[in-house]
Design a protein around this ligand. Structure first.
Ligand code: 13P
Length: 251
């Protein structure tokens, strides 16, 4: 039985004041944990320390949105996995589509970041997903399979034992148009099948989150699907009431 996980990706949003108030609204409900669900929040880098301190001793787990593929050195502006661990970060997103598209992150670079995360003792959350063009032209599965196999070939399938996958169709991110539970389930099952071609045991154990316009109204139907083990939530994670409802939607 896979545990459920709900992660909030705050992206490049917030200020010291708004994050203070968001965390203080989350804590009364989430501090002692919710049965059967791990809850993660991924603030922007400058606020990691603030959230680590405010959420200290609670069940809220810290994640980061990216990391460098390098361990340390002359890499101006980069943040290493060991720096994240130093702030009690446990999870880190790699290969988010906003970075693949905006920063030109290739599958090869994403694989290096995935490996760097694990080398620093972090759990990478590998984001995969197709664009609207790819879906409309019938290539959604090909694209996702390519993204998955790039990691498996470079890092080894066993690396997925200490990782999480997030299926985030690019066309659903920030658009208010989530994938239907049926379409999401089909792709999640497909991703599990891709992993199973390498190792069936790893495939059945790996958590696969859905991301893309998850909200308090659609979360329950999505999370009820057999191969959907939780969510990676953007916009709705900035609203404490919505994020709590989403976390409580795991059955
Ligand atoms: O990109 C996402 C999470 O990483 C999803 O963002 P939205 O929930 O705002 O669509």
């Amino acid at each position: 039985m896979r545990r459920a996980l709900v992660a909030g990706n705050w992206k490049m949003n917030g200020s010291q004041a708004s994050i203070k108030s968001l965390v203080s609204d989350l804590l009364p409900v989430l501090a002692n944990g919710i049965n059967g669900v791990d809850v993660v929040v991924c603030p922007p880098y400058p606020y990691l320390g603030q959230v680590a301190e405010a959420a200290f001793g609670s069940e809220i787990v810290l994640g980061a949105q990216d990391l460098s593929e390098e361990a340390s050195g002359a890499f101006t502006g980069e943040v290493s996995g060991s720096m994240l661990s130093d702030f009690r970060v446990r999870f880190v997103l790699v290969g988010h589509s906003e970075r693949r598209v905006r920063c030109g992150e290739s599958d090869e670079l994403v694989a290096k970041k995935f490996a760097a995360a694990q080398a620093a003792g972090l759990i990478p959350v590998l984001c995969v997903g197709e664009s609207l063009d790819h879906r409309q032209s019938g290539h959604a599965e090909d694209v996702v399979a390519t993204q998955m196999t790039a990691i498996i070939e470079q890092c080894g399938v066993k690396a997925l034992e200490d990782a999480v996958i997030a299926y985030e169709p690019v066309w659903a991110i920030g658009t208010g148009q989530a994938a239907s539970a049926e379409d999401a389930q089909l792709m999640h099952a497909f991703i599990r099948q891709v992993v199973a071609q390498f190792d069936a045991g790893v495939a059945s154990g790996v958590q696969i989150l859905y991301g893309g316009s998850v909200n308090a109204d659609n979360a329950e139907a999505l999370f009820a699907c057999e191969d959907i083990d939780g969510g990676l939530v953007g916009g709705a994670s900035l609203n404490a009431k919505d994020f709590i409802r989403i976390c409580q939607s795991v059955s």
